[in-house]
Design a protein around this ligand. Structure first.
Ligand code: PMP
Length: 416
């Protein structure tokens, strides 16, 4: 990643930042994500937003959750309002093992560290493994905030190409060999194997085996980020890399998409030596978790039919995915291509040659639709011709209208 691609701005708004000379070098990698910047525009009521990846929490039984919150205070108040541990509540960790068994993972509570969303797990892993200049391999494109986290720790982010079956093993092998030739240690390969954010692609079972084999051969850790795994609308579940990876995989889970992102409960499942380091890093980052939030989630997982809730979410999101795919099929101009996700929240669309999705944004906003231009999902400025379209939040009708507006914008660009 070139340094100038993510340059820090000395001028903030119309004022010169008086602290500019004081910041640590690592802040040069910290830049506002394009997705966040888009939120302000995308949340205007007249805009159909295909931009944000916000789960549809209004589908949750709010009254029952309200009762759970109250019960946590009245029945477990002294514990809930007290400090806890940085590894996380043991009973919650046990329940997370049950949750992961739905993905075919056999884990023990002690292997888990609870984190503030899986985002904190990404931060802790990078903090523990990455020195400035170390190589982190990721899929191309990949999750924008993972890029920002790796950049904040001054990693040398290198992308590995994907096709319909996920990451391309030959390209992974090439990247591993190239880093070795460059004398740069590869600290880990970061992958989102299910319904990838942003590409919507799921890694095939054969590819999973090849990725594990290549990383083991090069002695490179795999970080498997799987927040969407249980949100599958068709097709067969694939085995996790963790369950096949003989101790060489750190697995990240999250309840943000299957329950609530507001409670910020995620976790990392890691080999014990790594887990111990993550706990130390978590202690220095935040001393202890929110005991309160953990006890709310513990109660939810113990008393609420959460498996049924996930099925309800899958029915709702599946209808939205179908609405988006059929609208794209019916309306997109010739020369556009897009992925067909089996689950998750995202479709990745690529525009005809010569159309720049970022440059098209003002026209799209004029047509009252928002999406995320592809460039945010690469560390090196690629992705101009592509965009991420989310189907998780708008209703099927809004999705159809959003695609209609998007097509108007694309046709406007084609006419230029
Ligand atoms: N990883 C991926 C791939 C994501 O899409 C997200 C949320 N957008 C996260 C991690 C972070 O999720 P959370 O911190 O809410 O668990």
């Amino acid at each position: 990643m070139s340094a100038d691609h993510r340059e820090q701005q000395p001028v903030q708004g119309s004022r010169i930042d008086p602290h500019i000379g004081r910041y640590a070098h690592r802040t040069q990698g910290m830049v506002a994500s394009e997705v966040r910047a888009l939120f302000a525009v995308a949340s205007r009521p007249e805009i159909v937003s295909l931009a944000g990846g916000m789960p549809n929490v209004s589908g949750l039984p709010l009254e029952q959750i309200g009762d759970m919150v109250k019960d946590v205070v009245t029945e477990e108040g002294p514990t809930a309002l007290q400090y806890g541990s940085a590894q996380g509540d043991p009973a919650l960790r046990e329940l997370l093992c049950d949750y992961m068994s739905l993905e075919g993972i056999d884990a023990a509570p002690d292997d888990i560290i609870v984190t503030v969303g899986s985002q904190q797990a990404l931060d802790l892993i990078t903090r523990v493994f990455v020195d400035p200049g170390d190589v982190v391999l990721t899929e191309a494109p990949t999750y924008v905030t993972a890029i920002n986290t790796f950049a904040a720790f001054q990693a040398d982010i290198r992308h590995v190409g994907m096709d319909d079956e996920g990451v391309i093993p030959e390209e992974l092998e090439e990247a591993l060999v190239r880093a070795q030739l460059d004398g740069r240690p590869v600290k880990f390969f970061y992958t989102i194997p299910n319904f990838q954010n942003p590409a919507g692609i799921t890694m095939s079972t054969e590819r999973r085996a090849k990725v594990i084999e290549a990383c083991e051969r090069h002695d490179v850790l795999i970080v498997e980020d799987n927040p969407y795994g249980l949100l599958r609308y068709d097709g067969e579940p694939r085995p996790t890399l963790y369950s096949q990876g003989s101790g060489n995989v750190v697995y990240l889970g999250s309840l943000s998409k299957t329950f609530s992102p507001g409670l910020r409960i995620g976790w990392a499942l890691a080999p014990s030596a790594v887990r111990a380091k993550l706990v130390l890093a978590a202690e220095s980052a935040m001393l202890s978790h929110s005991t309160f939030n953990q006890l709310v989630v513990r109660r939810y997982l113990r008393t609420f039919p959460w498996r049924e809730q996930i099925k309800t979410f899958n029915t709702m999101y599946g209808e939205r995915r179908d609405a988006m795919l059929s609208a794209l099929e019916a309306m997109m101009p010739a020369g556009c291509t897009w992925t067909r996700p089996e689950g998750g929240f995202f479709v990745w669309a690529t525009l005809p040659e010569g159309i720049d999705a970022k440059a098209m944004m003002p026209r799209a906003i004029g047509a009252r639709v928002a999406y995320v231009p592809g460039t945010g999902f690469y560390a090196d400025g690629r992705g101009r011709q592509s965009m991420r379209l989310s189907f998780c939040y708008p209703t099927p009708e809004q999705i159809r209208e959003g695609v209609r507006r998007l097509v108007t914008a694309i046709e406007g660009e084609l006419d230029l």
